[in-house]
Every structure is written in structure tokens, then in C-alpha cells.
Design a protein around this ligand. Structure first.
Ligand code: SF4
Ligand code: MSK
Length: 630
């Protein structure tokens, strides 16, 4: 495990709060990672199987005498591929269920007569899906769009609607390989079926099912999540926010909202701004109510409401350790179960809100989509009444930085339109971006996404990779916890252009954008898919031909595996900083890191060192440029 915390922005915060944790006798993720060493070799290589009760079975790689097959005869290839496919399906399920919740929230908003924020986007989507837009009002249209979105999860025939956004050549590849996603739930279920004991025994075929499920995430569930969130709560526009744990306030009621789905956090924004709530807070001796966001919820509400970004995955325990958090309010995904133990050492109330994610020891206040603001007010009140229970044991780090967030696809296109003044298409043009890439002023683009992981230096991998890429004239777009790392280190401020190469710096100065663009939460990687598709269509090539790449330098979640898989299957070169648990199967490892390129045009690579990872991405980009003869 890595104890190294070299990122300039996070090091002082970490050092101070880990010291405090030690003094307060609080265990953190780093302590548990240390205690876990050495980690199980079978698990690390992906060759342990528990798919039936004849097992567990494990393949012994290090000695010639150990078992080379499971009790049923499953080989290392089968076991490793089945394990990986199930993880990808779980990641696709998590993202897609988030998308389904947004569709249900849209339907609820119609029933509750709550207006949608982006009516234009609603109309665009309705038109795209062939829904009649001239009859009836906005509410009727919203209901039709929500129902059509919900049908994408279980329709018995056809394929996913958003597949039509992909370039023609990409769709032909998917069709030839028979991996076109049909219905989101069906594709996830098929992975679970085919990886059941005694079913699919061909690792390549297992991976085909996994690819289909992953594509149903990227071009299905995640895309629905992003589009409907924008319709419901507004499409983000660029603006400045503050980031890092220094955003907590000493004299205010601090509420950290953590997780993923924007329904809860949007209601929390309304609740904390309610004058009645402020009055109660003042009656308890607080100056104000300070709502801050963590992980992807942090991305969602910073993009739409300028709510400060308190930090990423590895900062969730540290936020409570400050001793200044009255409530940590969580919904789904990436919430460490350890938060109950950490919060017990302080006065913090951990409040769970989703029936899908209860944590023993937390207070459960179930969020009701039909009464969002009422629920949020009850939660806020619970936090306010906890202000008086603060002890003097408080340490709020001084560190905070500023940066620009909110680069939705629509915002990027509007900026580009501003340069050309060409409204060639109702949804705008990507011509200036394509021209900048073609001319070589900008060499290419790379997405930096994903989590934190104790196996690599915290935040440093995101930040160093981003710096290397922009230095070499590669535009960086980022989401999820990678976005938090970049904003904390100042990479999203306008003056970051001084770190960029000459070409990229010139383009960014002209467009008045930082060279590292915040594009949102994990589901918002669908924004990136749409952007690369538009550029590919504009240049009349496939995504695989573009000088673009992606990296997940500190990934840990099954969702990241699904993202990586749909990116590779969409033709993108993806560098992982942490190896998936596959190395026990040479065949599967070779398939993912080499053979996939022959069929999909994209492949995985594994490189923990961010500078070496940048070099690989730069080489890939230059190769693609050569092939395009640009
Ligand atoms: Fe063992 Fe086969 Fe059962 Fe897996 S499915 S636990 S390899 S017997
Ligand atoms: S929150 S999936 S730790 S990016 Fe989306 Fe961060 Fe990874 Fe969760």
C-alpha cells in the first residue's frame, strides 16, 4: 500500500487531520489498508471462485503442484473472466439504477407539479427520441420522456435509443460483434446468468456479455442519468467554486452531503436556504448553515449551485475528523461503512437516506421523492440541533482553492460557438475544437476519471497526470473524484494556462477556459462520450481514429470497471493506474490489454506511474495523429 501523499494541495490537509485522527484514536482507511497487508494473492489475481457451494476454489499459480482447475473444472481464464464480468455488471447496475431514479424523479416532478429547469433540453431529447413535441404542455412532454426513459431498462425488443448518438462506423463494429445493448436490465441480467456456475466457459464470450452490459451503462443508464438530471435541475454552466476541507466554517452548522444522486442534494440546497431553517440555526448560536458536497454529489451540486466541494472519496472520514461537521448526509455509492465508527468519536450525525443503502449505527431518515423539500428540511433541522453538541476538539484546515466547474457539453459547445459565430446545428458546432486538434495547436484530449485507492499515491496520480498532459498540449476533461483532485490542486483556475503548452495555452486563453475542464460526476462521463462522438462525426471518422485517450489513475470501484470497459468498447485507449484482478489469467490479461484493440480499436493499459502513463497517452495521441495524417 502507498502511504505517500505528495500532492501539494492535499498534503497539509492530510498530515494535519491524520495527526488529529491518531490523537483522537480514530482509525482511517489508511490504517485499515496497512492492517490488510499482505492482501490475498488469489483475490488479487482474480483466480478465487465462490460461484457455487462446491467452492471456494482457487487456482494456484506460484507452484506447479497446486490445483489448476476449480472443482467443476473451471480454468483460470473462466474464473478470472467471470469475476471481472460480474464486477462490470455491478458497476453498470449502480450507474444505471441512478439513471432509473432520475427518470422516476422526472415522473414524480410532473405528478407533484414541480417545473423542470431545462425545457429546451427536454424538447431536444423528446425530438431525438421521436416523441411528438407540438401537442400538450411541458408537463405532458416530461412525462412522456420519463416513461420512454424507463422503458429503456426493460423493453423486450430493439436496442438502446442513445446508441444512435454513436458514429456510424462504431455502430457497425458493435453490430458485427453482436454487443449492441438492447435493454439495460436485460444486459446486466445476462452477465449474471452467463457467469452462473456451469454456463459460459469461453472467456472471450464472457467478455462480450460484459461489454454489452458496460455499453448499456455508458450509452444507456449513465446517459439517461445525465440528460434527465440536466432537464430536472438545470444544465450546468461554468462558474467558480471553492474546494477542499477548508470550505468548512467554524461558526456555522456544517452539513456534508455525500453520495451520487442529485435528487436529495437539490432538495438540501433548497432546505438550507429556507429562512425558517436559518432562524433555527441562529437560535442555536450558529451564524449560518454551510452545505458542502463530497464525491459525486459534490460534483453535482457544485456544477448547478456553486456549493463548495469538500473533497473526494478519501476525504470522507477526514471531514468528520475535523470535529466541525454536524451531519454527514449520504444516499448511495462510495460511502465507507466506517463512517459510523468515525462519527461516533465526534458529535457528527451520520444520516442515511436511501432504502438501498442503510448503515447500522447511522440515523436513517428515508428520502421521499414525493416530498423532497420536507424530507430535506427534517434532515437539516436534525443537523442544526446538533450544533450545540460540538466539543472544542475542532481542526478545520485552512487549505481551500478556487476553480471553474460546470463544463457541460452544452456549455463547451456554446463557448466554441462563440469563437466561430456559426450555429451550424441546433445543438451547436464542435468545429473550433476539431480545427484546433487538426491544426495541431491542441494535440488531442484526454479524460481523467475515477476514484482514490490506497495502492497509489493519493490525488497525486490524478494531478501529476493532468499536469504532464496539459504541458504537452493535451486538453484534459475530468469527472468524479479525479475532478476533486484537480480542483483542489488549483488546476481548474484560469491561471493554470501557465502550466499548459504554448498551443493549448493559446487556445484556452482565446476561449477563456482552464486547460482542465470539470465535466461533472461519474455518470457524466456520458457527456464525454457525446462530445467525442460529435467530434468524430464532424471529422467523419470513428471514435477510435481520434487523438483521444482516457485514464483512471486511482480507480477502485466496480463502476470504474464498467466505465473503462465501455470506453474501450467505444474505441478509446484507457490507462488504469491500478490493475484489475485479472493477472491470474494470461489469456484474459492479453485480451484486455492487446486483443481488444484489434476488435474494438480501444484497449486497456496498466501504468501506476502518472508520468509514464502520460508518456503512453502522448504516444498514443501522436500515433493517431499520424494515422489521420494531421
Ligand atoms: Fe469451484 Fe466451479 Fe463452483 Fe467456482 S463454480 S466455486 S470453480 S466448483
Ligand atoms: S464518487 S465511483 S469514488 S470517482 Fe463517483 Fe469517486 Fe469513484 Fe465513487
Amino acid at each position: 500500500m502507498q502511504d505517500n501523499r505528495n500532492c501539494n494541495s492535499c498534503e497539509p490537509v492530510l498530515n494535519a487531520l491524520l495527526k488529529k485522527a491518531k490523537e483522537d484514536k480514530v482509525e482511517t482507511v489508511w490504517d485499515r489498508a496497512r492492517a490488510m497487508q499482505p492482501q490475498c494473492g488469489f483475490g488479487e489475481m482474480g483466480v478465487c471462485c465462490t460461484n457455487c457451494s462446491m467452492g471456494p476454489c482457487r487456482i494456484v499459480k506460484i507452484s506447479p503442484d497446486g490445483p489448476k482447475k476449480g472443482i467443476c473444472g473451471a480454468t483460470e481464464d473462466i474464473i478470472a473472466a467471470r469475476n471481472l464480468a460480474r464486477s462490470i455488471a455491478a458497476g453498470a447496475a449502480a450507474h444505471s439504477d441512478h439513471g432509473r431514479d432520475m427518470a422516476e424523479a422526472l415522473l414524480d416532478s410532473v405528478e407533484q407539479k414541480r417545473p423542470v429547469k431545462d425545457k429546451e433540453k427536454l424538447k431536444f431529447l423528446a425530438e431525438e427520441w421521436g416523441i411528438e413535441t407540438s401537442n400538450g404542455g411541458i408537463e405532458e412532454l416530461a412525462a412522456k420522456v420519463a416513461k420512454t426513459a424507463l422503458e429503456e431498462f426493460g423493453k423486450p425488443f430493439g436496442h438502446l435509443r442513445f446508441i444512435e448518438r454513436a458514429p456510424k462506423k462504431r455502430k457497425e463494429i458493435w453490430e458485427k460483434l453482436n454487443v449492441i445493448p438492447r435493454a439495460i436490465d436485460r444486459d446486466v441480467v445476462e452477465v449474471l446468468h452467463s457467469t452462473h456456475m456451469g454456463c459460459d466457459a469461453d472467456y472471450r464470450n464472457i467478455m462480450n456479455s460484459a461489454v454489452r452490459a458496460a455499453l448499456s451503462d455508458g450509452w444507456g443508464g449513465s446517459m439517461i442519468g445525465t440528460e434527465l438530471s440536466d432537464i430536472l435541475f438545470g444544465t450546468p454552466v461554468p462558474h467558480e467554486v471553492e474546494a477542499n476541507l477548508g470550505v468548512l466554517k467554524k461558526d456555522s452548522v456544517n452539513i456534508v452531503i455525500h453520495g451520487h444522486e442529485p435528487t436529495l442534494s437539490e432538495a438540501m440546497v433548497i432546505a438550507v436556504n429556507d429562512p425558517e431553517m436559518l432562524e433555527i440555526a441562529k437560535s442555536q448560536g450558529a451564524e449560518s448553515i454551510n452545505l458542502v458536497g463530497m464525491c459525486c454529489t459534490g460534483n453535482e451540486i457544485s456544477m448547478r449551485h456553486s456549493v463548495p466541494m469538500a473533497g473526494n472519496f478519501f476525504q470522507q472520514e477526514l471531514a468528520i475528523i475535523t470535529g466541525a461537521v454536524e451531519a454527514m448526509v449520504v444516499d448511495v455509492q462510495c460511502i465507507m461503512p466506517s463512517l459510523t465508527q468515525v462519527s461516533k468519536c465526534y458529535h457528527t450525525k451520520l444520516i442515511t437516506t436511501s432504502r438501498k443503502a442503510k448503515i447500522p449505527g447511522a440515523i436513517h431518515m428515508e428520502f421521499d421523492d414525493k416530498k423532497p423539500v420536507e424530507c430535506a428540511k427534517r434532515i437539516v433541522q436534525e443537523a442544526i440541533l446538533n450544533f450545540k453538541n460540538r466539543t472544542g476538539n475542532i481542526l478545520i484546515p485552512e487549505e481551500k482553492s478556487k476553480g471553474k466547474v460546470g463544463y457541460s457539453l452544452e456549455a463547451i459547445i456554446k463557448i466554441l460557438d462563440g469563437v466561430t459565430n456559426t450555429f451550424a446545428h441546433p445543438s451547436g458546432t464542435v468545429k473550433p475544437l476539431a480545427d484546433a486538434i487538426k491544426s495541431g495547436v491542441v494535440r488531442g484530449a484526454a479524460a481523467i476519471v475515477g476514484c482514490n485507492n490506497h495502492r497509489v499515491p493519493y490525488d497525486e496520480c490524478h494531478v501529476e497526470l493532468a499536469k504532464e498532459l496539459i504541458k504537452n498540449d493535451v486538453l484534459v476533461v475530468t469527472t468524479g473524484c479525479g475532478a476533486h483532485a484537480c480542483i483542489k490542486s488549483g488546476l481548474m483556475s484560469d491561471d493554470t494556462v501557465k502550466l499548459a503548452g504554448k498551443g493549448l495555452a493559446t487556445a484556452c486563453s482565446l476561449l477563456k477556459i482552464p486547460p482542465v475542464l470539470h465535466m461533472g460526476s461519474c455518470v457524466d462521463i456520458s457527456r464525454i462520450l457525446k462530445l467525442v462522438s460529435m467530434v468524430a462525426n464532424y471529422m467523419d471518422v470513428d471514435i477510435k481514429d481520434l487523438p483521444v485517450a482516457a485514464a483512471a489513475p486511482e480507480w477502485m470501484s466496480e463502476k470504474a470497471l464498467s466505465i473503462g470497459t465501455y470506453a474501450v468498447a467505444s474505441g478509446i485507449y484507457v490507462v488504469l493506474g491500478v490493475s484489475p484482478q485479472i493477472t491470474g489469467s494470461e489469456n484474459l490479461t492479453k485480451y484486455l490489454t492487446s486483443d481488444m484493440e484489434n476488435v474494438y480499436g480501444g484497449k486497456f493499459d496498466i501504468e501506476p506511474d502518472p508520468v509514464k502513463a502520460a508518456r503512453k497517452i502522448l504516444n498514443h495521441i501522436e500515433n493517431k495523429r499520424k494515422l489521420l495524417q494531421i
